[in-house]
Write a protein that binds this ligand. Structure first.
Ligand code: BGC
Length: 417
């Protein structure tokens, strides 16, 4: 109590003496994000540490809205922006999500001049900058990382116990699934409580059946949703669903990854934030967990990128700019990404700080075909993504390929033309 009174007297004295008001010190910078899982939150804390070191006059405040892939955070953001109550900065996927939901309706300020002032434009991967650059040539948010969607994680112990190896082709995948099923082990962990993990799995099957060129051409309308690869991908999904855990509808993505950790399932198709989670629970690469590209997608990299922008009408513009400078910095990216399970959006990482998996991801990103994730906002507008998720979740229960294809073609016509 005495300390509080003393602090109050001190700040009063400072104000009376005309010194900077106490509030100018450590002024809060509110950052909306959805990083609440193991690995995710630790990574954000590490980034905040760099922010405090680089800009001690500001204090980051995390407004985290739980729900993988931003399920709930995206809704909160729209409500806040429409209501004129923006946070100082917020997590947003580069690509269609950024532009359709936020830039086009006029909620965002460009950040090109800031990146130029800090002389960092050329430090970013140009392909990732393309996902945050508008048709007017302006950059609208700062990419922090690159996640990969097309990874199949493995429980190494169970594989070894059964003398099996991670499959490379789709045919091998179903052979391994069958062998595990016969041995009484759940082959594929799925947690589709929040709907998007089914789409996450499906987008990778689409990439496998359509190939990168046709998959990419879906988003500019040069390939349409009557492509034969979509039917094949649905048939593969139908087959894969025979091998998932029966409680999939009750689990979120982390719950599904946990099935591997608990030795209750062998494979999980999930973005590499799962690596952040495995490491957070003390799992060791190659000993406890392994990885392979989703069978049929070798040589391709399904891209997910988390970025931060500068909303209009914010309460702490200087704090927001300082935050973005940390997000854009090599120190910030190298503190955050090794813990998060992502690679930096910059081209100059301190590679030694990254796990053996992430080092392989850095190499793959440089040489693979890049394809934008649907489930994580880069390929298509939010309205399409949300309806696509609904359609796939209906498919999980009804399993009607023709009906599902019809519905997909209808929403493609509505949102993508
Ligand atoms: C985000 C990741 C996050 C994952 C699970 C993805 O959409 O890009 O940063 O870890 O969702 O929440």
């Amino acid at each position: 109590m005495r300390r509080v009174v003393l602090a109050l007297m001190l700040s009063l004295a400072l104000v009376v003496a005309g010194a900077a008001p106490a509030l100018a010190q450590n002024s809060p910078v509110e950052i909306v994000n959805w990083w609440t899982a193991g690995g995710e939150e630790d990574a954000l804390i590490a980034l905040f540490e760099v922010f405090r070191d680089q800009h001690p006059e500001f204090e980051p405040i995390s407004s985290a809205v739980a729900g993988g892939a931003g399920t709930d955070a995206k809704a909160v953001m729209i409500t806040r922006l429409v209501g004129g109550n923006p946070p100082d900065s917020f997590q947003v996927h580069g690509g269609a999500e950024l532009f359709h939901s936020y830039v086009d309706p006029g909620f965002m300020q460009p950040v090109t001049h800031l990146l130029e002032e800090w002389d960092v434009v050329d430090d970013f991967n140009p392909e990732i900058l393309d996902l945050v650059r508008g048709e007017d040539g302006e950059i609208y948010s700062v990419p922090l990382n690159i996640h990969r969607s097309n990874v199949m994680w493995t429980n190494q112990r169970i594989l070894e116990e059964h003398g099996l190896e991670a499959p490379e082709t789709i045919e091998e995948m179903f052979d391994v699934f069958e062998a595990l099923e016969e041995a009484g082990v759940t082959p594929l962990a799925l947690g589709d409580l929040n709907r998007w993990p089914t789409l996450h799995l499906f987008e990778n099957l689409m990439l496998a059946t359509m190939g990168p060129e046709d998959y990419n051409a879906l988003w500019d309308g040069t390939v349409t949703f009557d492509h034969e690869g979509l039917r094949e991908a649905l048939e593969l999904l139908d087959q894969a669903l025979e091998y998932v855990n029966p409680d999939h509808a009750a689990l979120d993505w982390q719950g599904a990854a946990e099935l591997l950790v608990e030795d209750e399932a062998v494979f999980n198709v999930m973005g590499d934030w799962a690596e952040g989670y495995f490491r957070a629970v003390g799992w060791e690469p190659l000993e406890d967990y392994g990885w392979t590209t989703v069978p049929g997608t070798e040589g391709n990299f399904m891209v997910v990128t988390d970025t931060f922008g500068l909303p209009e009408g914010i309460s702490n513009p200087e704090g927001a700019r300082a935050w973005l400078q940390t997000v854009a910095s090599r120190e910030g990216q190298d503190a955050f990404n090794p813990i998060k399970g992502s690679i930096p959006a910059r081209i100059d990482p301190d590679v030694e700080r990254y796990s053996i998996y992430l080092q392989s991801s850095i190499e793959d990103f440089a040489q693979d075909n890049l394809t934008p994730s649907i489930a994580h906002g880069s390929a298509a507008p939010e309205g399409f993504v949300s309806e696509f998720e609904d359609i796939l979740n209906e498919f999980v229960t009804v399993r009607d390929v023709d009906h599902t294809l019809d519905r997909m073609q209808t929403i493609a016509g509505e949102y993508l033309n």
